[in-house]
Design a protein around this ligand. Structure first.
Ligand code: ADP
Ligand code: ADP
Length: 218
């Protein structure tokens, strides 16, 4: 079963992905994480995407499609893949469909997490990450036991350079203009399910878990 976690930046896609992986064993593929890893490794792709990411703009389709589709098609996870942050444009969605169809597979479910813009800035500017594991915290909504320190590794938590108020506004613009139209694309294919994203993390996880269980092939 292949799932897309959809929603604006800061909707809680990464947070819910971790819980779905624990429950169902999906392979989590986050395009943002893949691109950040390319940057950290100093590859040509990493260098090419840097300016776009730091400005809060989408990376050009040709830079992201190949690397993500490669990961999807190579996945050996029996449970399926859980895409987070991809696709973000209509060409990305169309190419994903085409690649899956060739592999006799499909997008089975798109979970669209609904969070209004007013809540996004606080979520994103309060986001903190463990540098080595990527575990996501929030200064107010999911604080670590000791302020500024990862519960699991004891490392100082870091903030993403694009998680500033100014860049978030740009990312929200990109979301509304280029990504939101994908909701209709998937709705017309009968795979879109809207999820209320303003509740607390555990309530949303329960709801999403229930939707996945209902839709999973028996
Ligand atoms: P995305 O992957 O969609 O960008 P994240 O999962 O990284 O979003 O969540 C963004 C921030 O908001 C994180 O700091 C996370 O801890 C926090 N967060 C996630 N879900 C909720 C929620 N339901 N209520 C409050 N804060 C949340
Ligand atoms: P968030 O979910 O918090 O918006 P991500 O980690 O998913 O952030 O993405 C960070 C940045 O990486 C985006 O602002 C964009 O520049 C780039 N990016 C990630 N995924 C894609 C994609 N599918 N298409 C184009 N750009 C992408």
């Amino acid at each position: 079963m292949n799932i897309i976690l959809f929603g604006p930046p800061g909707a809680g896609k990464g947070t819910q992905a971790t819980r779905l992986v624990e429950q169902f064993g999906f392979e989590h593929l986050s395009s943002g994480d893949v691109l950040r890893a390319e940057r950290a490794a100093g590859t040509k792709l990493g260098q090419d995407v840097t300016a776009y990411m730091d400005a809060g703009q989408l990376v050009p389709d040709e830079l992201v499609i190949e690397v993500i589709l490669g990961r999807v098609l190579n996945s050996e996870a029996e449970a399926g893949v859980l895409l987070d942050g991809f696709p973000r444009t209509l060409p990305q969605a169309a190419q994903l469909d085409e690649a899956l169809e060739k592999a006799d597979s499909r997008v089975d479910l798109v979970l669209s997490i609904q969070v209004p813009d007013e809540l996004i800035v606080e979520r994103i500017t309060g986001r903190r990450m463990s540098p080595s594991t990527g575990k996501i915290y929030h200064v107010k909504y999911l604080p670590p036991q000791r302020e500024g320190v990862c519960d699991e590794t004891g490392e100082p938590l870091v903030q993403r350079p694009d998680d500033t108020e100014e860049v978030v506004k740009q990312r929200l613009n990109a979301y509304h203009e280029q990504t939101e139209p994908l909701e209709d694309y998937y709705r017309s294919r009968g795979v879109l399910v809207e999820v209320e994203g303003t509740q607390d993390i555990e309530q949303i996880a329960d709801r999403i878990g229930q939707i996945v269980r209902d839709r999973r092939p028996k």
